[in-house]
Design a protein around this ligand. Structure first.
Ligand SMILES: NC(=O)c1ccc[n+]([C@@H]2O[C@H](COP(=O)([O-])OP(=O)(O)OC[C@H]3O[C@@H](n4cnc5c(N)ncnc54)[C@H](OP(=O)(O)O)[C@@H]3O)[C@@H](O)[C@H]2O)c1
Length: 287
């Protein structure tokens, strides 16, 4: 199987590229210099040369606060770019693997049980709305797709657009002796891009298309996540919990956006390991 991977130098893309290459897969990595999903014709030329049997798209405009102001560019990538890839998948009659987010949820502010794939989305930010638009476009245009909702990603490459990831940011602030304040009223499941990569690889070989939640298991607030990072990294910074209201970020975030990997389990695939185990693995293997 020939695979074209878009965003191969991103946080998730870097892990996918390495994992698939290590298993001898025929994978062509594409950075934004090679392909911009916003331009249909150029995408078609590049992908026609590769002749993939599967396109994996990790490209996104996911600076959540910036999306509130930069609506057009965020929709250009998260919805328009997805539409361009769907059109190519239709023409080549191949499947698309695409990544969405827990931020398609959050409208139910009282909710405190995990969302499964049958729950109705309700985003609370323009980022979430743009990613949900991408989801609807895939479902509208394609029959063959793996649509994966992830949550709280961290990987050794770090997020390209954010310059780092939450784990590295916390460790850096602690090592610099900075006072750290972290929100304690947003609950998620931190998820390792390494674990996500292993599971999506398994999913591809089932050939079972559809919508999948794919996160490590368990849940915590961003504050609890930070405490666990410091415990594992043996750091003792000056840290205190704050509320989302105190942080006053531009975009609203879900108070609770834990995902239940119900559809993966229904395929007979093993759940991902608990988030604390994955985090320990990440911290132990930091370069
Ligand atoms: N990070 C999270 O916590 C999180 C949580 C849930 C879901 N997700 C989803 O998971 C996916 C991967 O996230 P990530 O953390 O790996 O992101 P990332 O590190 O920012 O990687 C995104 C990649 O996409 C490329 N890209 C951006 N715009 C593009 C365009 N117009 N055309 C082609 N390539 C483009 C970037 O290239 P450049 O570096 O050149 O810009 C980068 O290589 C995204 O769909 C995101 O929405 C992420």
């Amino acid at each position: 199987m020939k695979i074209a991977l878009i965003g191969s130098n991103g946080q998730l893309g870097t892990d996918i590229m390495k994992y698939f290459e290590d298993r001898g897969e025929d994978i062509a990595g594409l950075t934004q210099d090679d392909i911009d999903v916003c331009y249909q014709d150029k995408c078609e030329t590049v992908l026609a040369n590769i002749k993939p049997d599967l396109i994996i798209n990790t490209a996104a405009f996911h600076q959540v606060d910036l999306c509130e102001d930069e609506v057009e560019p965020s929709f250009a990538v998260n919805a328009g770019g997805v539409k361009n890839l769907c059109k190519i998948c239709q023409e080549f009659d191949i499947p698309l693997m695409h990544f969405s987010t827990d931020f398609v949820f959050g409208a139910d502010s009282e909710r405190r049980i995990p969302y499964d794939e049958d729950d109705c989305p309700g985003p609370v930010s323009l980022y979430g709305i743009s990613k949900l638009a991408g989801e609807y476009i895939i479902k509208y245009m394609l029959k063959k797709y793996y649509l994966i909702r992830a949550c709280g990603l961290y990987g050794h490459a770090g997020s390209m657009v954010k310059g780092s990831n939450f784990v590295e940011l916390m460790i850096k602030l602690a090592e610099e002796g900075k006072e750290i304040k972290v929100v304690n009223d947003q609950v998620l499941t931190p998820t390792s891009t390494k674990d996500l990569t292993e599971k999506l690889y398994e999913l591809i070989y089932t050939g079972k298309y559809g919508l999948y939640h794919m996160t490590n298991t368990g849940e915590c607030s961003w504050y609890d996540f930070a405490l666990e990072i410091f415990k594992l990294a043996e750091l003792s910074p000056d840290i205190s919990p704050i509320t989302s209201a105190e942080l006053a970020a531009k975009a609203k975030r879900p108070a609770y956006s834990v995902l239940d990997n119900k559809n993966l389990r229904a395929l007979g695939l093993k759940d991902l390991r608990p988030w604390k185990e994955a985090l320990k693995d990440y911290i132990d293997s930091r370069p």
